[in-house]
Design a protein around this ligand. Structure first.
Ligand code: SF4
Length: 249
């Protein structure tokens, strides 16, 4: 989800929360999951037209009512045993006293996924792109292309998906080369204030996390990468050196 958001795809999620199990943050949408289970998904979907959201539990997909809608799905293929081990670890860390053994859990996961995939494949409203989780990075261009109809519903003129992807690819490369250096709180506050006052900043975009119309990037991500700079020179990249030795922006 982070990759998609930073590539300019409009994402819906209900607050990005962080905890010790996932310091990168979660992109869940509990409101949609609950609506799938209590039969109110039709109403909730009306307010999500054009947005991409994450459905972590495959059986929820079967509860998404089409009613004239189309769903562009990125289906993440993952080894069931890998999912089972990861799920058990997370649940135990969160205090679960008992869980099925990994083999049983993996078999359950495989069964539920197979049923959901069968449903999606047989339902014309769903357009599926299958992606192996282990090769996610190399499938980003295909994922962006698959979700392009979603991006096109945006009302503001933006760089093309190819340009945004290129912008994101360059930013990610610089960020990685700098050892994933993040912006200091002080510099972040300055950058944020500058963007908020800028006419190129779209505060409502990307689920109200903001987007720079000039480069099409998520400002949430861009501001936090120390190596990034404003495309029209309003703020500059900062070095990865400790706060005390950084030059002011
Ligand atoms: S990055 Fe620069 S151009 Fe984009 S919104 Fe911020 S200040 Fe404006």
């Amino acid at each position: 989800m982070r990759l998609l958001r930073d590539s300019g795809i409009p994402i819906f999620y209900q607050g990005e929360h962080f905890d010790e199990f996932n310091p990168q943050g979660y992109f869940e949408a509990p409101q949609i999951m609950a609506a799938c289970m209590n039969g109110s998904a039709d109403k909730v979907l009306d307010s999500l037209d054009g947005l991409t959201f994450k459905m972590p539990l495959p059986h929820h997909l079967e509860k998404l009512p089409a009613n004239g809608r189309e769903f562009f799905v990125i289906w993440m293929d993952r080894y069931p045993m890998e999912s089972a081990i990861s799920l058990r670890k997370l649940n135990f860390a969160r205090g679960a006293k008992f869980q099925p053994d990994p083999e049983t859990l993996a078999a359950n996961i495989e069964r539920v996924r197979a049923r959901a995939l069968e449903y999606l494949t047989a339902t014309p409203a769903f357009h599926i792109l299958r992606v192996p989780q282990s090769e996610l990075d190399s499938h980003v261009p295909a994922m962006i292309a698959h979700l392009r109809p979603v991006s096109e519903t945006l009302s503001h003129p933006l760089p093309t998906a190819r340009e945004m992807l290129s912008n994101f690819g360059s930013a990610a490369h610089r960020f990685a080369r700098a050892g994933f250096a993040t912006t200091s709180p002080k510099a972040l506050a300055t950058r944020e204030a500058t963007c908020r006052a800028c006419p190129e900043w779209d505060a409502a975009a990307l689920n109200a996390t903001g987007r720079c119309r000039k480069c099409g990037c998520s400002t949430w991500a861009k501001l936090r990468m120390a190596t990034e700079s404003c495309p029209i020179g309003k703020w500059k990249a900062v070095s990865a050196a400790p706060e005390a030795t950084r030059k002011p922006e």
